[in-house]
Design a binder for this molecule. Structure first.
Ligand SMILES: *Cc1c(COP(=O)(O)O)cnc(C)c1O
Length: 365
């Protein structure tokens, strides 16, 4: 990997080849079932456009974003892709969706009616229909499914591409919600016009073929997060987060470090690293996180600040700690799930919270 522009303090390297291999792994777990790419929240913080383009080259034709603006940006990059907007269209926004060839996920009976009204004027336009089977977040609740089942003509000229639902507990294979949602999805979709069906997110892919239907919607697994927590990660890590070592100092016993002046009982060697909570390295990892430099794992000492983190480098030779050296914050030595655990959160939140200041670079596209 070539070096970034001189002066870079903290960088995020995204391996598009690894994302493509993860897509292939999911495809092989799915057999003949299609796999979409979920690239909402700027591709889970890693960059929706380069990632979607890499997935396109891998044969992925269907993409999900959460918000309209994300769809507009993706549409420019992929003129021929099928792009679904999970949040749906707010009342009156339907023509904007059609203008950008974005397909709303219809989340309520009202949204179905509004899309059908647009289709009545302009001819069939693609959409998906979301039914709620337990998430109680988005999608038609049971009574609205009944209404639609009783009057399927409400769909009008809608080009209904599939009916979907979303699993609440797929990362816990033994959870009773999985079979319950599966049964509810089967029952509800059987009452609606026959079309393709979609239920599984990343973890859902690993619940077995019953959960696959016609289209899976993996997001996190593409980005290397473990879809099978508690078991070895079947996916490959795709992102490396590194920051420069800025300075090393020795603090005598009785000295302090960082905001709040955490006391140092012993003489301590401290390495200051150019990354902080402004870059998405969580303040909650204060005194808990770990980073790796030249094979040495060093604990975070004291509070994480906005632009810097201090590490306990006691026992590491000065030769390994030259200013300008890259320190691995997240990557092969500490994956996103581990970095998240250090901060008491989940890897989804770590990736989507990566700061805008990081220099992003894409390799193996
Ligand atoms: C985010 C999301 C997904 C992808 O979930 P992962 O757990 O990241 O695979 C799929 N479907 C819906 C409706 C989502 O909101």
């Amino acid at each position: 990997m070539h070096d970034p522009a001189p002066g870079t303090a903290a960088r995020l390297t995204v391996d598009l080849g690894a994302i493509r291999r993860n897509y292939r792994r999911l495809k092989s777990a799915l057999g003949s079932v299609a796999a979409a790419g979920v690239v909402k929240a700027d591709g889970y913080g890693l960059g929706a456009v380069p990632i979607a383009q890499a997935l396109w080259r891998e044969g992925c034709r269907t993409f999900f974003v959460a918000h309209f603006e994300e769809g507009v940006a993706l549409r420019e990059a992929l003129p021929e892709a099928e792009i679904f907007v999970l949040s749906g269209a707010a009342p009156g926004d339907e023509p904007e969706f059609a203008a950008h060839a974005l397909a709303p996920v219809l989340n309520s009976f009202r949204e179905v009616e509004a899309w059908a009204a647009l289709c009545a004027k302009r001819g069939p336009q693609p959409a998906a229909l979301h039914i709620d089977t337990g998430m109680s977040r988005l999608g038609l609740p049971a009574d609205e499914v009944e209404r639609l089942a009783a009057s399927p003509r409400v769909l009008g000229a809608t080009d209904l591409r599939f009916v979907m639902s979303h699993l609440c507990c797929a990362e816990e294979p033994a959870h009773q919600m999985n079979p319950r949602q599966l049964a509810a999805f089967r029952a509800a979709s059987a009452r609606l016009p026959k079309t393709r069906l979609s239920l599984a997110n990343s973890s859902g892919v690993f619940l077995g073929a019953d959960y696959h239907f016609d289209l899976a919607r993996p997001g996190s697994a593409l980005y290397g997060l473990n879809p099978t927590p508690g078991q070895p990660n079947p996916m490959e890590g795709v992102a490396i987060l590194e920051a420069r070592l800025l300075q090393v100092r020795h603090v005598d016993p009785g000295g302090t470090v960082g905001y709040g002046a955490a006391p140092l009982a012993q003489g301590t060697k401290i390495a200051t690293i150019a990354i902080g909570y402004a870059d998405g390295y969580r303040r909650a990892a204060s005194g808990r996180g770990r980073m790796t430099c030249a094979g040495h794992e060093m604990p975070v000492l004291g509070r994480v600040s906005m632009d810097t983190v201090t590490l306990d480098a006691t026992g590491v030779s000065d030769a390994a700690l030259l200013p300008g050296t890259w320190v691995e914050v997240m990557g092969p030595s500490r994956d996103a799930d581990a970095v998240a655990a250090d901060a008491g959160t989940i890897a989804y939140e770590i990736l989507t919270g990566l700061g805008r200041r990081l220099v992003r670079r894409y390799v193996n596209g």
